[in-house]
Design a protein around this ligand. Structure first.
Ligand code: X2X
Length: 342
């Protein structure tokens, strides 16, 4: 903070008058003095992913509309640490915001995994009805109990597909013993165990290296993520399995969130939610072109039938197990949108 002697008397008078009246200071003033709230926002995706394009725009809009009082600094590409590290920092207040898959957040908020149950959703219209409706509200309520705040609109991370280096995956049988990288998450691990694969929990920050050094045989992600993380350099095959949908909650440390005056919270929430909507539209617009671009880079695609995988989850008791784990309330809200599971 500058001491009063570094301010001209006129600026100081202007500033105190503005404070006394409770009006926002002009952007020039706030910028010259540094923002009142400088908040760090971290995520695990490369700068070119739509999530980062839209949240950079979001930060600019928030700065402008708060006259420079709120400065959100966007740190992409796990610059602030892996998801696991960032989640600890977020809880401790070392960073103020992060975006995180509900399934990874489930290490802290178990019910946040419910949206990622294998083959629950088959298309986006059900996903957004659920996540913008009662299922999303239920999950945000669970998140709130852990002293984190989730903004209303979840960002899209896409329907996930399986990639491999050595051979094509056509059915669950091809996953037997397959070293599959999964994010660090109980549901992801459980699902690939149910396929008889050998899942290895690895943060996104280590994913490319794990594939390159063949610590794992393959991984699963949405095509947008496969492109953004340049996985086509280290993977040959892609099975379009759509085995689950995933999204990113925009989370805040509760104390940091509540430090913001109500009018600033409203501006921040508005722009975060708008960024999520824009990012969803970006992913939808890219859906078809991304597969063609990945094919042009040498990836070989196949489209197995869902039942070649889903049957294995059913017969192995996966749905019954997760219904018991998540509880009746979570399961009932999920089935309201996804239909009867199992
Ligand atoms: O870690 C992943 O695979 C990613 C980027 O999709 C998530 O954040 C869940």
């Amino acid at each position: 903070m500058p001491t009063p002697t570094t301010l001209s008397r006129r600026r100081l008078v202007q500033a105190s008058a503005a404070c006394a009246l409770g009006v926002a200071l002009p952007a020039k003033y706030a910028t010259a003095q540094g923002a009142e709230f400088t908040y760090k926002y971290g995520n695990n995706l490369p700068p070119g992913h739509p999530l980062n394009v839209r949240t950079r725009e979001m930060a600019e809009k928030i700065k402008a509309e708060t006259s420079g009082r709120v400065d959100i600094q966007v740190f992409p590409a796990s610059q602030l640490g892996s998801d696991t590290d960032m989640l600890s920092q977020l809880r401790a207040g070392g960073i103020e915001f992060m975006t995180l898959s509900g399934l990874i957040l489930a290490t802290l908020v178990p019910q946040a995994a419910v949206s990622g149950i294998g083959f629950a959703f088959t298309d986006y219209s059900d996903v957004w009805k659920a996540m913008d409706g009662d299922l999303g509200a239920y999950i945000r309520g669970q998140i709130a109990k852990s002293n984190l705040v989730a903004m209303d609109r979840i960002f899209d991370n896409g329907f996930r597909q399986m990639t491999s280096a050595a051979r094509q995956i056509n059915a669950a049988e091809d996953l037997k013993g397959f070293k599959m990288r999964v994010p660090v998450s109980p549901l992801w691990t459980s699902m690939f165990k149910a396929f008889d694969a050998a899942p290895v929990g690895i943060n996104a920050s280590e994913l490319y290296t794990a594939l390159q050094t063949k610590v794992v045989d393959g991984q699963e992600n949405a095509l947008t993520g496969i492109m953004a993380l340049k996985m086509y350099e280290v993977q040959k095959y892609c099975a379009v399995t759509n085995h689950m949908w995933d999204g990113f909650w925009f989370l805040s440390n509760r104390r940091a969130w509540e430090r913001l005056p109500a009018n600033l919270r409203e501006i921040v929430a508005k722009h975060v939610n708008a960024a999520a909507m824009a990012e969803r539209a970006d992913l939808a617009a890219q859906a078809e072109t991304t597969q063609k671009e990945l094919a042009a880079k040498g990836m070989v695609f196949n489209a197995p039938k869902a039942d070649a995988f889903r049957g294995k989850l059913r017969s192995g008791g996966f749905y019954a197990e997760w219904k018991a784990k998540l509880g009746d309330e979570a399961w009932t809200v999920l089935e309201r949108y996804a239909g009867k599971l199992g």
